[in-house]
Design a protein around this ligand. Structure first.
Ligand SMILES: *[C@@H]1O[C@H](CO)[C@@H](O)[C@H](O)[C@H]1NC(C)=O
Ligand SMILES: *[C@@H]1O[C@H](CO)[C@@H](O)[C@H](O)[C@H]1NC(C)=O
Ligand SMILES: *[C@@H]1O[C@H](CO)[C@@H](O)[C@H](O)[C@H]1NC(C)=O
Ligand SMILES: *[C@@H]1O[C@H](CO)[C@@H](O)[C@H](O)[C@H]1NC(C)=O
Ligand SMILES: CC(=O)N[C@H]1CO[C@H](CO)[C@@H](O)[C@@H]1O
Length: 675
């Protein structure tokens, strides 16, 4: 109970912080605002804050409920007895989307299902049962109670399909027909026992189906060589022929298909995309190992209206596929091309033609260089819509002297970009970061892990210190750089003599004006996630100063080994929304820092401290006392914390707490024994 005042103060603090931001100091001073006003104010807050605010007192609870109801939030309901009370309280909110994963045959699972059918069923629109061991009886009970379902996720529900009798009884079939009449989305991913027969029975209850996921289902793509007539209604196999037949019947309504992890061939693709009247908007084909450039080309030719395409992990694809996409799919809004080991920069030359693109993921394409890609996006004309760009781990380092692609990227996407992942783009320089901080003011997520060249002056938004420039020059035995070089490189400098190259010097002069933009990272006031993992050159000088973001939820400074308690306490004080904090191998952090910091970090859910060797049970104690919402604590490899300390910490946690603790190799345990 003693904890309550602090908790409440923290919540109120957040609201006040927000009020302050929107300039409503006057409102702050008035204690009793009308509910309508509180509702209005809360509607500006992120969902997590609203949930928190709803716990302050009754007035705030009602105010927050009104705003929460309007959102489609997925509520996670684990199969535990603690859920039973939650379910009852959720019923008052008319919750429409829930996730009940891993239900099994236990009494508690059955109670949870009963409770859901009773309290939530009438309002449910979206029901996820991923990985549950349901019986047909459980399933029928749930369906019967949910007359308004529009989305049903049965992914991994193998026990439901294994007997092969699903909906074979007429009564069950008629009930399902009634319950699923409005169903638009069906997820059957990972169901190993799906057969033509069960698939046909289930889908025939869903006349409005528009989105179908069959990822990792065992679909037989072989065109039947013998007896072709009897092969539709197989009770043991799910055949491509049957699926094709289904698509022919539903061509007018089907809009999205997920066939990830299947062995779809060019031949099969050809038949699929040419189904008469089929106009797909979304196609997901992750990790289809047999998918060829030819198949992608056929897809692009016959389904030019796609707005979402995911070909991540299709290892056969090369530049040809990527070029076809950017020349044909001009309506694309979301393109995911992660992990294409054969794709190179040449494939992405036309990518800026995709004017409607909102999200692009090309991470982990190991032959693609992030500077080239960044350049392609810097040339977008008109009003780009790109909101999310992920070029993480595009590791090929290609550096060009005139390269100011980060600046042009930042300038051209300044209005649209929200998410930028440059993890492991080791060629990004301090000037590049300053360009980001000057222009991309809408960023909510910025990932710069392993960008090892980043230094304090880059984050602080100041000129490169003279000594460093000189030290760098001394180190360079070969070529000399022009005096201004430190000001121009957005990527690392090339090994060539710039002073010989008059053209470059002219360019330099032109750019000078633009380069006066020097903002501190702190200008990105909307950041919710910042990853600086392994930016090893950063120290307290920048970290303690610039990491001050009221909405920051995720922060990683793991392997930023030089930071000390000064950074930790400053961050705790300036980023009170933190939920995930990773500080592994920050060995200079001490108990003193944590004892002080955790007092401001009441929202922490995940705290990663592995390899912080100075920490003792004092830190555990402070964390246990202050971080009530902690779900995961990692103190692996902390040599001064023993297994006994951890057991003690666990025993002090409240009973209903579900904190999981990672503690491998604690207390300097001998690896050979613990392994
Ligand atoms: C609810 O809490 C807020 C913030 O602490 C306070 O201003 C308000 O008076 C409280 N309302 C009631 C009814 O206690
Ligand atoms: C289907 O379920 C899987 C989980 O197995 C999930 O990863 C996937 O995103 C879901 N697909 C859709 C379209 O909801
Ligand atoms: C499968 O069998 C059912 C009844 O057994 C029949 O109504 C349906 O038309 C068959 N489907 C196909 C595609 O032949
Ligand atoms: C960071 O710490 C290492 C030793 O841990 C030291 O060698 C290095 O000079 C420090 N770097 C800075 C920028 O302080
Ligand atoms: C800034 C600072 O205190 N750095 C120290 C971090 O820890 C290493 C070794 O533990 C010291 O060498 C550094 O001086």
């Amino acid at each position: 109970m003693g904890a309550w005042p602090g908790r409440r103060a923290d919540r109120v603090f957040h609201l006040f912080l927000f009020l302050h931001k929107v300039g409503l100091q006057a409102a702050m001073e008035m204690c009793d605002l009308p509910v309508e006003v509180i509702t209005y104010i809360l509607s500006f807050l992120p969902i997590a804050d609203r949930k928190e605010a709803s716990l302050v007192n009754q007035t705030w609870y009602f105010a927050a409920q009104d705003t929460l109801r309007q959102e489609s939030i997925f509520y996670d309901i684990p199969a535990t007895s603690a859920s039973l009370r939650t379910i009852q309280s959720l019923s008052r909110r008319h919750v429409s989307s829930i996730k009940m994963t891993n239900l099994d045959g236990s009494t508690i699972s059955r109670d949870v299902i009963k409770s859901v059918t009773r309290y939530l069923g009438p309002h449910l629109r979206s029901l996820c049962l991923h990985g549950s061991s349901l019986t047909e009886a459980n399933f029928a009970e749930l369906l019967l109670a949910c007359p308004c379902l529009t989305a049903l996720d049965l992914s991994g529900c193998n026990s439901l399909f294994m007997p092969g009798t699903l909906l074979s009884k007429e009564e069950a079939f008629l009930q399902a027909q009634e319950a699923l009449i409005n169903l638009q989305e069906l997820n059957l991913s990972g169901v190993r026992y799906l057969s033509d027969l069960t698939f046909n029975r289930l889908t025939s209850c869903c006349p409005c189906l528009a989105k179908l996921a069959l990822a990792r289902c065992h679909i037989t793509f072989k065109v039947d060589t013998y007896d072709s007539s009897s092969n539709y209604n197989s009770s043991v196999l799910l055949s491509f022929r049957n699926l094709l037949q289904f698509l022919r019947q539903r061509a007018g309504t089907m809009m999205a298909l997920d066939l990830s992890g299947t062995s779809i061939s060019s031949q099969a693709m050809k038949s699929l995309v040419q189904v008469e009247n089929l106009r797909l908007q979304e196609m997901v084909l992750q990790a289809c190992q047999d998918l060829t450039n030819e198949a992608v080309s056929i897809l692009c030719q016959h389904q030019p209206h796609l707005t979402l395409l995911d070909l991540s992990g299709c290892s056969e694809l090369s530049d040809r596929a990527v070029l076809v996409i950017s020349s044909r799919l001009l309506s694309l809004q979301h393109l995911f091309l992660r992990k294409l080991p054969r794709a190179t920069d040449a494939g992405f030359q036309g990518i800026s033609h995709l004017r409607h693109l909102q999200r692009l993921d090309v991470s982990e394409c190991s032959l693609v260089s992030c500077s080239e890609l960044v350049k392609a996006f810097g040339t977008i004309k008109g009003q780009p819509k790109l909101a999310s760009l992920n070029v993480a781990f595009c590791s090929l380092l290609r550096v060009s002297s005139k390269d100011n692609s980060v600046l042009s990227l930042a300038e051209s996407l300044s209005k649209s970009l929200r998410v930028l992942d440059l993890s492991s783009c080791v060629s990004i320089t301090n000037r590049g970061i300053q360009a980001i901080a000057s222009h991309l003011l809408h960023l909510t997520v910025l990932r710069l892990a392993w960008c090892k060249e980043l230094m304090d002056w880059g984050l602080l938004g100041v000129q490169e210190p003279k000594e460093e420039r000189e030290r760098a020059r001394e180190k360079d035995t070969g070529p000399k750089f022009s005096r201004n070089f430190g000001n121009m490189g957005f990527f690392l400098p090339p090994p060539q003599d710039l002073e010989q190259d008059t053209q470059i010097l002219v360019d330099l002069a032109k750019q000078d004006a633009r380069q006066n933009h020097q903002a501190s990272l702190n200008a990105l006031t909307r950041l919710q996630e910042l990853d600086l993992t392994a930016c090893v050159k950063l120290t307290d000088a920048s970290i303690a100063k610039v990491i001050s973001f009221p909405e920051l939820r995720h922060l990683s400074l793991s392997l930023v080994t030089n930071i000390t308690d000064a950074s930790l306490t400053a961050i705790a004080h300036n980023c009170r929304s933190l939920e995930h904090l990773a500080l592994s191998h920050c060995a200079n952090l001490s108990d003193k820092g944590f004892v002080e910091a955790v007092g401001s970090l009441h929202r922490l859910q995940h705290l990663i401290l592995s390899g912080c060797n100075q920490l003792t049970p004092r830190t555990l104690k402070a964390v246990g006392q202050e971080c009530w919402q902690l779900k995961c604590l990692d103190v692996s490899m902390c040599s001064k914390i023993s297994m006994t300390d951890i057991e003690h910490f666990q025993s002090e946690l409240p009973l209903q707490s579900q904190t999981s603790i990672q503690s491998r190799f604690v207390g300097g345990a001998d690896l050979s024994i613990t392994l």
